[in-house]
Design a protein around this ligand. Structure first.
Ligand SMILES: O=P(O)(O)OC[C@H]1O[C@H](O[C@H]2O[C@H](CO)[C@@H](O)[C@H](O)[C@H]2O)[C@H](O)[C@@H](O)[C@@H]1O
Length: 402
């Protein structure tokens, strides 16, 4: 048996909170403009949620730190994807061993399905889904990240069984254009633009502007970073201008945040692109820089993230007591880690990372890719639609889901 170390597929970043952290060495190491927005070039408490503008940060990064960050970015979306489920006895190597040990810490949500639904019959499952990399596969062109018809049908079925929300880094209108399901709740701009139910529970005053959705339901729109809109527009234009000469670079206006895409840029220019972004940010001390899957993201320095959005939606749905609800969150990116932490604090919370390679995460379970996400969601629907008897069989492991 040989131990071969190919290029490591293990992501070097840690799953620390992304919101409000600047692109410091530690964060690096730790890892409606809908249609035309990409320009080429704690437990649930009943207290109101405080939103505090964070201390102004310096967004300056030492040059050498770009190398570390670029390494982390490469590792996050490696070209070589190892399938753990293929029987390849001769291919046992270091990567396989690392991946297997990672899977022991983040078991497959499919093989652990009985554990997910163990406490579910007398409780309310509420499902939160990230979009890119979770409902749709990662593709080169962010404008073409379509979800499949089958996935859309599955999510529609899911929403008929459980309250379901999509929480995305994209603008809310853009993610709605992709998903096209009116029966869901949506939070865009990494949770900074929420359209949720206005069904307040005791002790929680639902914040935001009340209105009616397309189906006539009372909804509330909550935008904790609304005052940043002018500065976000300004920085977006500055980023477009400063990156337009770099082939393949694109800037996506996500309403309350801006995404700079590296995926189609030749890797030899990544450092130049990162430096340009960093230079623009020097003039915007109220904004901060984070990174995701081959992207740098500019966002307001406020203590609001996907985890807070999950908390807000749970409260506005009327679930002030974590004992009554099973919040289930599925996501693939660094910004989803805030949501994983939030649901982990709930008594029966379920956090699932979508990743085909080992990477540090606070998620308890894992799925390899959007096709496994779809299979998992289908199982949830089947479980919900069947009677208790079938559910018991599933829990005892008697039923073969396939
Ligand atoms: O929170 P999410 O819904 O996962 O959004 C995060 C970012 O997703 C998109 O970028 C990612 O997907 C693209 C399409 O597959 C891919 O080209 C890019 O490299 C990925 O980072 C989206 O374009 C961003 O605006 C979101 O912030």
């Amino acid at each position: 048996m040989t131990l071969r170390s190919k290029r490591s597929a293990v992501c070097a970043e840690s799953p620390t909170s992304s919101c409000g952290s600047t692109l410091s060495l530690s964060s690096i190491l730790s890892t409606s403009p809908a249609k035309a927005s990409v320009v080429s070039a704690s437990s649930v408490s009943s207290k109101p949620i405080p939103i505090v503008a964070q201390k102004k940060h310096s967004t300056y990064v030492e040059k050498g730190q770009f190398h570390t960050w670029i390494g982390a970015m490469r590792a996050q979306s490696p070209p070589h994807i190892l399938s753990l489920h293929s029987d390849t006895p001769d291919a046992f190597d270091l990567e396989t061993a690392v991946h297997k040990s990672w899977l022991e810490r983040h078991p497959s949500a499919l093989s652990s399905f009985h554990k997910v639904i163990k406490n579910a019959h007398k409780k309310q499952i509420v499902v939160f889904l990230d979009y890119d990399g979770t409902l749709s596969p990662i593709v080169e062109d962010p404008e073409r990240a379509f979800m499949s018809t089958e996935m859309r049908a599955t999510v529609k079925d899911l929403a008929s069984c459980f309250p379901t929300a999509v929480i995305s880094g994209r603008s809310r209108s853009k993610v709605f254009d992709f998903v096209q399901l009116t029966e869901l709740y949506y939070a865009g701009s990494h949770g900074m633009d929420i359209m949720g139910p206005a069904k307040s529970s005791d002790g929680f005053r639902v914040k935001g502007t009340k209105s009616r959705d397309k189906r006539g339901n009372d909804v509330v729109k909550f935008q904790p970073a609304s005052e940043y809109l002018p500065v976000i527009n300004k920085v977006c234009n500055a980023l477009i201008e400063s990156t337009k000469s770099i082939k393949g670079a694109s800037v996506e206006h996500n309403k309350f945040c801006v995404t700079v895409h590296f995926r189609r840029v030749n890797e030899e220019y990544w450092e130049v692109l990162a430096e340009r972004v960093q230079n623009v940010l020097k003039d915007y001390p109220t904004l901060t820089l984070t990174h995701g899957r081959k992207v740098l993201e500019v966002r307001p320095c406020i203590s609001w993230d996907k985890g807070k959005a999950v908390e807000f939606l749970l409260k506005s749905l009327g679930y002030k007591d974590t004992g009554d609800v099973i919040p289930l969150y599925i996501g693939d990116d660094k910004t989803d880690e805030d949501a994983f932490k939030m649901v982990n604090r709930a008594k029966h919370g379920c956090s699932i990372l979508v990743s085909s390679v080992p990477k540090p995460s606070d998620a308890k379970l894992s799925l390899q890719d959007p096709s496994e996400v779809m299979e998992f969601l289908r199982r949830l629907v089947r479980w919900k639609k069947w009677g208790l008897e079938s559910r018991n069989s599933i829990q005892m492991g008697v039923y073969d889901f396939k």
